[in-house]
Write a protein that binds this ligand. Structure first.
Ligand code: ZN
Length: 385
């Protein structure tokens, strides 16, 4: 995957390759030959002599900053420490205290980081189409938005050998387990929430995406016995190509007792996805058990999960114990070395120029609203989109 290592802010001889304005025909240019004129410089207290340009087609002007992930940001130096803090188990206010900024600054930057992560993963996914030969280990990660009355699963297909996270797809569903009379009454007063088809639709969307990624011929998905996976695997779109191996969780004795053969086999086959879920619970403040930092909105939870997937795939080693262990992206041949955060954020990505799966695009725009709020802020800025 072609992705520069040097942040655009550090390039003194930067030249734009396309127009950053969405409405301009030159915005979608992929080939060289973009016509622009130099248009002076500007300076701020933090940055010195930032070159400005003018597009010779739409006559709009822009600067080098229009191509940086820190576009329009007054505290660009916060971006990396916020990303590191989010996947390091800190909640927004804790990060704000450490960095000396307002908590809302962290929240807004977390959304920006999440959007960038969505587009970066979309780019990688486009690159991987039709190339994946390994089985996909598949399960839903359970979480909730605002209250445990509004749970949702997040589909997480992981490479059986590379441990690469290929997709993230939300599946809102009803409350499960034992429900007390008081809980039932309270749930009756809650507003209705669209489930977007729950587990079945979520699984269907992911399976169709995997169809795109896999090498021609049949490919294997390893699941934990969920009924929705069986149903989705029988559907016409994937039938004949998708081979589903299910390993339902067998009865287990008390903690510490030896595992049965079936349990051992299940744990072995599901290991890559079980490990990912452990990492998510361990590394994200949102996802700790019994936390007060739980996610309030599905969109925001998903943004943080996308950032974590970028970290998992490109930044974090497969095994931190082993000195020479590469990243999942290196295993797939997508990258040659481990990326530092500076490389992840070296360029701004534009949604119109990035082929993005429909579900990811809806999350990018924050269209997946939470019903408990009268106000759901969407992402629909004109320039900073
Ligand atoms: Zn233009």
């Amino acid at each position: 995957m072609h992705w520069p290592g040097t942040p655009v802010e550090h390039l003194s001889r930067f030249q734009p390759a396309f127009c950053p304005r969405r409405g301009c025909p030159e915005h979608l240019r992929l080939a060289p030959g973009f016509r622009f004129a130099r248009h002076g410089f500007y300076s701020t207290r933090r940055r010195w002599r930032i070159p400005r340009f003018r597009c010779l087609v739409c006559r709009g002007s822009f600067s080098r900053q229009s191509f940086a992930v820190s576009y329009y940001s007054k505290r660009p130096e916060l971006l990396l420490p916020i990303a590191a803090g989010l996947v390091g188990g800190s909640a927004h206010r804790q990060i704000a205290r450490t960095l000396g900024c307002a908590p809302t600054t962290v929240t807004r930057n977390a959304a920006r980081l999440g959007r960038h992560a969505i587009l970066l993963l979309a780019m990688a996914r486009h690159e991987l189409r039709g190339k994946i030969g390994e089985p996909f280990v598949f399960d839903h990660f359970e979480t909730f938005e605002f209250t445990q009355d509004f749970p949702f699963g997040v589909a997480t297909p992981v490479g059986a050998k590379s441990w690469y996270v290929y997709d993230l797809d939300p599946a809102p569903h009803g409350r499960t387990g034992l429900i007390t009379e008081a809980q039932r009454r309270r749930m009756g007063l809650r507003p209705n929430r669209s489930r977007h088809g729950g587990y079945l639709s979520s699984t269907r969307r992911v399976f169709e995406g995997l169809l795109d990624l896999a090498l021609p011929g049949t490919f294997t998905v390893i699941g934990d016995g969920h009924k929705a996976y069986d149903r989705a695997a029988r559907e016409a779109a994937v039938r004949g190509r998708l081979r589903l191996e299910q390993y339902p969780n067998p009865e287990r004795g008390p903690k510490g007792s030896p595992r049965s053969e079936a349990a051992r086999q299940r744990d072995e086959r599901m290991f890559p996805v079980d490990l990912l879920h452990k990492i998510l619970r361990h590394s994200l403040a949102h996802q700790r058990r019994e936390t007060i930092a739980f996610g309030r909105r599905l969109n925001a939870v998903m943004e943080q999960m996308f950032l974590t997937a970028v970290w998992r795939n490109f930044v974090k080693k497969r095994s931190e114990r082993l000195a020479r262990s590469g990243t999942p992206a290196m295993r797939l041949g997508l990258t040659r070395d481990r990326w530092p955060w500076t490389r992840v954020f070296s360029r701004r990505l534009f949604p119109a120029r990035t082929p993005t799966p429909p579900t990811w695009d809806r999350l990018y725009r924050r269209l997946w609203t939470s019903p408990l709020y009268l106000h759901n802020s969407r992402h629909q800025l004109k320039r900073a989109f």
